[in-house]
Design a protein around this ligand. Structure first.
Ligand code: FES
Length: 374
């Protein structure tokens, strides 16, 4: 385990000039980087992607991922960053780097992306918690810019009214696109005189949102706004994502249309596993990852491969944890697994031995997988 390559080292880094830095709330700030002409191609990105910043703090080098808040058409790399505690490395990032200075920034990556459909009339709903708003803003700006008929709804949870990152930018977007963008704010630690807007964004709240805000569809008397939802985007902490994704699924949205980005390490499954499997214990697992070969033993097959390896601290790539994004794609070289759900691999890829680690339950005493597909 001591040779683990940090997840964040995946990707190419370049020195970029810090062009803007701004405090947003008591514990959040934004940073904007200038991309020189010679690196423009390296920094092309899709809405919903992120970069890794490499920076020193208290004698150590940190690699942390931050989602872009800018949309691709804006031609800049803008990020939203939270300082979790007084000890957070991001506090030094804020204090130590001044405008005009240079920072190591990875090229964009990530699979929290959506296919653009400029000619369609879509209904897209976003749920964000705190700084989890960052990739959602990028998506919303992108969709408003590229899809002239698509309408958007955002349900945004924060603790208090004065702790809402990017509230000015969101207000600005609403004023530019009143007829297509609707934003509702929720507060978990402040009374705002409306019980509906108080409390966390969770499963119960989603049901209330569906029943109170997503009923009347002016464009179609026969169905509700919720019936018209094409895609759901969720970003925030693991528990929030799990709760909202399940609420959306239980209320009729197919899993393949529920997209999410986890903003913390989260080793639990997002959706409950419905099928039971025979218990297998002491499983030998060998795997290739980023050019290294690892061996480990799993206590049993109660969790899926990805979750088992994450619990043991291996930097296995993932994003959706529900068989949709393909981040955890690998080849099964030995042993047997059952792939519970798959919205990503083609039939031929499955036949050729590819599996998704987040959705694979181990069914043999020994398995070997390879995450280095290229
Ligand atoms: S993490 Fe998205 S398919 Fe496995």
């Amino acid at each position: 385990m001591e040779n683990l390559l940090p997840k964040a080292k995946q990707g190419n880094f370049h020195l970029l000039k810090l062009a803007k830095k701004e405090q947003l709330t008591k514990n959040t700030f934004s940073m904007e980087f200038e991309v020189p002409e010679s690196l423009k191609n390296n920094y092309q990105f899709e809405a919903g992607q992120y970069v890794t910043l490499k920076y020193p703090s208290k004698g150590e080098i940190y690699y942390n991922d931050f989602s872009m808040t800018s949309a691709p058409f804006e031609g800049k790399i803008a990020l939203g960053i939270k300082i979790n505690t007084e000890e957070s490395s991001t506090k030094d990032l804020y204090n130590d780097f001044e405008i005009g200075g240079f920072l190591e920034v990875s090229e964009p990556k990530g699979r929290f992306t959506l296919v653009s459909k400029p000619h369609e009339f879509r209904t897209i709903v976003g749920f964000a918690g705190g700084i989890g708003i960052t990739p959602i803003i990028s998506h919303f700006k992108n969709i408003l810019h590229n899809e002239p008929r698509t309408r958007l709804f955002l349900f945004y949870g924060n603790k208090t009214r004065d702790g809402v990152p990017f509230n000015e930018e969101l207000d600005e977007l609403v004023s530019q696109h009143k007829e297509r963008l609707d934003i509702h704010y929720f507060y978990s630690r402040e009374k705002v005189g409306n019980a509906f807007l108080e409390g966390r964004l969770d499963e119960k709240k989603v049901v209330l949102i569906i029943n109170q805000l997503m009923m009347i569809d002016d464009t179609d008397e026969e169905s509700t706004l919720w019936d018209a939802v094409d895609e759901v985007l969720i970003c925030g902490k693991g528990e929030m994502i799990k709760s909202i994704a399940n609420a959306c699924f239980n209320n009729g949205i197919p899993k393949k249309n529920i997209h999410f980005e986890l903003f913390e390490e989260y080793n639990e499954d997002i959706y409950p596993q419905e099928k039971e499997f025979p218990l297998i214990e002491d499983i030998e697992v060998g795997f290739k990852l980023l050019g290294n070969e690892y061996k480990t033993t799993l206590k049993n097959n109660k969790m899926r491969i990805l979750q088992e390896l994450l619990v043991q601290g291996f930097p296995v790539p993932y994003s959706c944890k529900s068989g949709i994004c393909g981040s955890c794609e690998c080849i099964l070289e030995e042993g047997e697994v059952e792939l519970l759900e798959n919205e990503y691999l083609t039939e031929n890829e499955e036949k050729s031995g590819k599996i998704l680690a987040c959705m694979s339950v181990i069914l043999s005493k020994k398995i070997k997988v390879n995450f280095d597909l290229v």
